[in-house]
Design a protein around this ligand. Structure first.
Ligand SMILES: Cc1cc2nc3c(=O)[nH]c(=O)nc-3n(C[C@H](O)[C@H](O)[C@H](O)COP(=O)(O)OP(=O)(O)OC[C@H]3O[C@@H](n4cnc5c(N)ncnc54)[C@H](O)[C@@H]3O)c2cc1C
Length: 308
């Protein structure tokens, strides 16, 4: 069934190494295993959603836990012969014959194609009280948790270039939104935020005050106390892995640059989910995995012909 080949008596060559076993990687692996391609999936650590309570905004999965989502996805891939390795990939070496040596923390294999599904890191500001409330009363995006805290008093802070849009967006969930930033918005932006009912405070967030394990206010560097029930952080993103940077063209934050089919600048290497698209939700990441599958199968078929 699978394209297993032993070259030189000891080297095991597989079809595809999928790096990352989150929504994107598992989705690609489901397609590839069902297309009878030998697929190894590297699971190098927790996924981005692993710390949240429930998944939202994902049709058919509303309210399930991340653990349940992961377990279902893994078991589906496993049922078609996907091979999981619980190790991080440290390095991928492109070879002159078009194959890739994949060096994991415990094992090494050679693959015909690579899928980078390594996700991203939310770079949280060093504000005391922030991590304690993360996923409960401190949130990174209203799409996933705005509904659960709707109509409460929000304070938003973080990346200046995202804050104007972020502040406006939050008014979909609450009419009480305060944006705190040391950055001075231009008069037109200030006017628009005012029109949406957003209060802007030109100051720096110093800490989040918690009482009985609940967020009660945001304290600023100049000593202001802004009462609130939920804080939203417009955090910067960076690529979770530097594998893409070692293999293909990346942007300034290390995200793989791809075309609409997930192809990177290096033939045989694809990137999907948050490894290339910072705004990809679970539904988009699953779709990206399904989208990339046929292109990889086609690539494998074409390369098998040219190597005959
Ligand atoms: C607080 C929060 C809440 C969210 N809630 C929702 C929600 O309710 N609904 C929704 O649709 N989206 C939600 N999201 C967005 C969601 O997290 C992403 O859409 C999704 O995780 C992207 O999937 P992915 O497979 O690209 O990345 P991930 O799920 O992060 O998977 C990447 C995987 O690759 C692994 N990895 C990285 N480097 C290596 C390596 N070198 N070797 C091996 N493995 C490696 C990582 O450990 C990780 O397991 C939320 C995000 C945040 C921050």
């Amino acid at each position: 069934m699978y394209n297993l080949e032993i070259s030189g008596g000891h080297e095991e060559i597989i079809d595809v190494a999928v790096i990352g076993a989150g929504a994107a990687g598992l989705s690609a692996a489901l397609f590839l295993t069902r297309a009878c391609r030998r697929t190894v999936i590297y699971d190098g650590g927790p996924t981005r959603i692993s710390t949240i309570g429930k998944i939202h905004e994902f049709l058919g999965h509303e309210g399930i836990t991340p653990a349940e989502f992961q377990a279902r996805g893994r078991s589906e891939v496993d049922s078609y012969g996907g091979e999981f390795r619980s190790e991080a990939v440290l390095k991928i070496e492109p070879r002159s014959d078009g194959l890739f040596d994949v060096l994991g923390s415990q094992t090494q294999i050679t693959a015909r194609a690579i899928v980078l599904a390594t996700g991203l890191v939310d770079v949280l500001p060093p504000v005391s009280g922030l991590r304690e409330g993360l996923g409960r009363d401190v949130h990174l995006c209203p799409c996933f948790s705005g509904y659960e805290v709707r109509d409460k008093a929000f304070v938003a802070f973080g990346l200046p270039e995202r804050l104007a849009q972020f502040g406006k967006f939050l008014t979909a969930w609450s009419s009480s939104v305060t944006v705190v930033t040391p950055y001075e918005f231009d008069p037109e932006t200030r006017k628009r935020l005012r029109a949406f009912g957003v209060i802007t405070v030109q100051d720096e967030v110093a800490s989040l005050k918690r009482e009985a394990d609940q967020l009660v206010s945001v304290l600023t560097a100049s000593g202001m106390e802004l009462p609130c029930e939920a804080a939203f952080v417009a955090a910067p993103f960076k690529a979770a892995s530097d594998l893409a940077a070692s293999l293909c063209e990346v942007d300034e934050a290390g995200f793989a640059i791809t075309d609409a089919n997930g192809s990177t600048s290096r033939p045989g290497v694809w990137a999907i989910g948050n490894a290339t698209d910072k705004l990809s939700h679970l539904a988009h990441s699953v779709a990206a995995g399904a989208n990339v599958g046929p292109w990889i199968v086609d690539y494998l078929l074409e390369s098998s012909l040219s190597s005959k």
